[in-house]
Design a protein around this ligand. Structure first.
Ligand SMILES: [Zn+2]
Ligand SMILES: [Zn+2]
Length: 551
């Protein structure tokens, strides 16, 4: 009997982010991606990770990590996991270059990085793997065919079926058809991000002509264009449009500068030295012949575009001779920040062009027709939808059923699910933790309680009251000390501190005379007296922090 294969989904099934799965045969583990989820509105949290406990318990059995592509939701967890564990990482040179940069800037030891080329075959742990090209919104994406004792498992990676990708490197459906015919695909794990969008995604190469047209229509004006720094093919098309309209290209933002450097070095991005100018050369360039490519099109507050919008960028001042192009859609959750950015840039005088007006962006994830084409090419015996929020996973599940897959051949999984693949098919096993592990910049965990406390402080502020009791004489040793932040207008603060102190004296004086000396009871009285005043003034609930000392 061939050994069963276990798959453990540590993240990415139920959210767009923190993709991480483990494939396992006889206790030997190979990781598939290790991403993070952006912390959004969690104050003081740098990254949201999968719970790595299950991996820690198998630290010496992890034989490697296959990384499908260079997006944060696939590589962003590595700097944290590699602080504790070490294993070789397999990926395309661009992906590995991005990982190396991340690890070095985090001060984490770089493990063995094993480069993969398209169509490479390699034994990793217990698996005979084959790596096939996929098109996506970052270069060198790889899908992985895992040869296992239970047949072939195909992981699609994030993919679309772009017939005319900028680099001509198409998703290799032909190879999948061959493998599907012989020996057959046992299990398909496929990207669900756009499963609920009908039709097909537009080709990336359709964006280039739109950009060039915009550049022509805005002749005589400086172009500032925001894009994802990992979207090398978009940057290529921007640079091509700039060259065609006789503009120099300046890239701004540390990640943009780093990624453009890496992609040029690997031959993935072709911008000649005489086209590219540095930030320091901006002053000497004719703005009408300049195209600035920068980060921040998602409204990230510290990125170049946000600094420009607030008039705080060190080299660019936006004015009425600038056209700002947003070459990306707002990611769900970022709409408000992006709309603020639009307003701020407009206020500075800029003309805006964004994806709501013109085809200046296309998705990197295949829509329903593309997913169906993948199902048709692979014709898998079994299927698990992966990579998506619940609704995306459900939509992909539905698509597979509509294509004619028997319901018992599709298994719905979410974060924390562990499944067994054997000759009888797929079965759920005992679940592992699906906890959202939040970490700070140092990588230390941040609890939900702490985040709640920070939210409360951010919304309500605090009032601290310190009283010192003279235990022998049964009275206050000094006037209470009161301090507040975030509760009341700063110019009312001083008056209110006096008011609170007076009220605390009024409440405590008689009970101290009566002999009350218990620190806890006194603290309770201080809290109640302060709370009454606070409530009467603002009706809000700042954190009340009584500090009582009996001498
Ligand atoms: Zn991706
Ligand atoms: Zn992804």
């Amino acid at each position: 009997m061939p050994a069963p294969v276990h798959l453990t989904f540590l993240g990415g099934l139920g959210e767009i982010g923190r993709n991480c799965a483990a494939l396992e045969v006889e206790g030997r583990v190979v990781l598939l991606d290790c991403g993070q989820l952006f912390p959004d509105d969690r104050p003081g949290v740098d990254a949201v990770l999968p719970d790595f406990t299950w991996l820690r318990q198998r630290a010496d059995r992890i034989e490697g990590c296959v990384v499908t592509h260079a997006h944060e939701d696939h590589i962003g967890g590595l700097p944290y996991l590699l602080r504790e564990l070490s294993f070789p990482i397999y990926g395309a040179p661009f992906t590995l270059g991005m990982i190396r940069g991340k690890l070095q800037s985090a001060g984490v030891a770089v493990p063995d990085l094993v480069p993969l080329e398209d169509h490479d075959r390699r034994t990793i742990g217990p698996f005979d793997c084959e790596f096939l090209p996929v098109t996506h919104s970052t270069p060198s994406g790889l899908m992985t065919v895992f040869g296992t004792p239970q047949g072939l498992i195909l992981h699609s990676s994030d993919f679309k079926l772009d017939p005319t990708p900028v680099d001509g490197r198409v998703t290799d459906l032909a190879r999948l058809e061959k493998l599907s015919a012989d020996p057959g695909i046992r299990l398909l794990l496929a990207d669900s991000t756009n499963a609920d969008s009908a039709g097909s995604s537009a080709s990336e190469s359709e964006i280039g002509p739109v950009l060039q047209q915009i550049f022509e229509e805005h002749a005589g004006r400086r172009i500032v264009i925001g894009a994802f720094s990992s979207h090398v093919h978009r940057i290529q098309q921007i640079a091509d449009a700039a060259v065609a309209t006789d503009r120099r290209v300046v890239v701004l933002g540390p990640s943009m500068v780093r990624n453009v450097g890496l992609a040029r070095q690997l031959g993935l991005l072709r911008i000649s030295d005489d086209v590219l100018a540095s930030e320091g050369e901006l002053d000497g360039l004719d703005p009408a012949r300049t195209c600035v490519v920068c980060t921040g099109s998602q409204g990230e507050p510290r990125a170049a575009l946000a600094l420009m919008a607030r008039g705080r960028h060190r080299s660019i001042t936006i004015g009425d001779r600038d056209t700002v192009v947003f070459s990306s859609h707002p990611i769900p959750g970022n709409e408000a920040a992006v709309s603020r950015l639009h307003n701020d840039l407009s206020r500075q005088g800029a003309r805006l062009v964004h994806s709501g007006q013109l085809g200046v962006h296309t998705t990197g994830h295949g829509k329903a027709d593309e997913l169906l084409a993948l199902h048709a090419a692979t014709d898998p015996e079994l299927f698990i939808p992966v990579h998506g929020e619940y609704a995306h996973l459900a939509a992909h599940h539905q698509l597979a059923l509509e294509r004619g897959m028997a319901p018992d051949r599709v298994l719905r999984c979410t974060d924390g699910d562990r499944v067994r693949l054997d000759s009888d098919g797929l079965r759920h096993q005992k679940r592992v933790s699906d906890e959202y592990v939040m970490v700070d910049t140092a990588g230390a965990p941040v609890s939900e309680r702490l985040v709640e406390e920070r939210r409360a402080l951010a919304e309500e502020g605090f009032v601290v009251v310190r009283v010192v009791v003279d235990g022998k004489r049964g009275r206050l040793a000094e006037q209470p000390f009161v301090e507040t932040r975030g509760w009341i207008e700063p110019d009312e603060r001083e008056d209110w501190c006096v008011t609170v102190a007076d009220e605390v004296v009024r409440v405590l004086a008689p009970v101290l005379v009566d002999g009350e000396r218990g620190v806890r009871e006194l603290a309770r009285l201080v809290r109640r007296a302060t709370g009454r005043l606070v409530n009467a003034r603002t009706g809000r609930r700042p954190a009340l922090v009584p500090v009582v000392e009996v001498r």
